[in-house]
Design a protein around this ligand. Sequence first.
Ligand SMILES: Nc1ncnc2c1ncn2[C@@H]1O[C@H](COP(=O)(O)OP(=O)(O)O)[C@@H](O)[C@H]1O
Ligand SMILES: [Mg+2]
Length: 397
Amino acid sequence: MLVWSVGRQTATLWVRKIHQTGYVDGSYKVDKFRKFENTRGDTHLADVTIRALQKSYGGLQVIHGLDLDIPDGEFVVLVGPSGCGKSTLLRMIAGLEEVSGGDVMIGERRVNNLPPSERDIAMVFQNYALYPHKTVAANMGFALKMRGMDKAAVRAKVEHAAGILGLTPYLDRFPRALSGGQRQRVAMGRAIVRDPQVFLFDEPLSNLDAKLRVQMRTEIKELHQRLKTTTVYVTHDQIEAMTMADKIVVMQGGRIEQVGAPLELYDRPANVFVASFIGSPSMNLIPGEIAQGMVDVGGARLPVPVGAQAEEGQKVIYGIRPEHLQLVEATSPAGLTGVVAVIEPTGSETHVMVRHNGLDLVAAFRNRVTLTPGSAITLAPDAASSHLFDKGTGQRL
Ligand SMILES: Nc1ncnc2c1ncn2[C@@H]1O[C@H](COP(=O)(O)OP(=O)(O)O)[C@@H](O)[C@H]1O
Ligand SMILES: [Mg+2]
């Protein structure tokens, strides 16, 4: 262990030398870093691999045997409702929680039993407590100083990170004199200066107001496009997941429901849970039964969604996103007729809640509609954009 650790430090120092002699900006630096890795033939250094991973607290199991592959350089978002195990999974990757079963690998290394400091990761939390009595520069450089890096080298790293994050004018300020967004950037700066193999974020934007959250999510995405460091990002916010991720991992109850690119999940959700979790307003889910080759949803008979396979008499759930419902004439055969309950203009779209056969359906229209609450309308689903799930298992058909 000691030999390994010393060897690695030497290697790290050598990488830092390369950085100091030749970098112009973040991307160039990373390219240098990668070339260095490649000379060792070690091209997958920052893959994160999770195998049959389990976690129990006492007798309570909260992570139920997860498998997940996070390729080098990818931005992966773990998303799911509160309590589904996102932070627990992230903290096991970080080494802040013990693993109850299975493996966590970073590159070729099984890191289950390595302390966080030896995993070459950097984590940014929701509560990113900065040292109040240290300047921005001192906050950002603290970990490097603790590692024994010399002053000039720390300063160079801090200035470089500050440049990336737009913090250069604030380096001598104290955290109390910064806005929430600037403080969050300092917390990211603290992670960036460490040149980790993997960034881990746990709901880093939750404490910011809505506008700043949108701005920061763009900044983090841009940062990733520049540094290309493998990133695992936790959020309960599906919009954050959709907008930021290369790949989304949807979790529920300590299990993975689906893994895929944002639009894959949106266009082909694997089950009812993912269908209802991804997308806002949510997908309409209408219980029904296959009858004479149609989906009988009680109030109407709808064509079977394109590509779906179901048997006569099978109990199903018919899914249709709000933007895939069209306003049609009341006489239209495959239409859902209901009464307008609420109209919500958002500016770019108008959301209309329609009460149909005891269900509340939501339709979203891009063009302006003149409707009044209490009036009857008919909505026709687009069969090419509708979904079908088995009612018992919830799985896509
Ligand atoms: N230290 C702990 N002791 C007992 N149960 C815990 C502990 N930490 C988390 N849990 C439980 O594990 C589950 C997953 O929690 P967590 O990973 O924090 O969820 P998320 O981050 O998705 O909101 C929850 O049911 C939570 O109550
Ligand atoms: Mg959490």
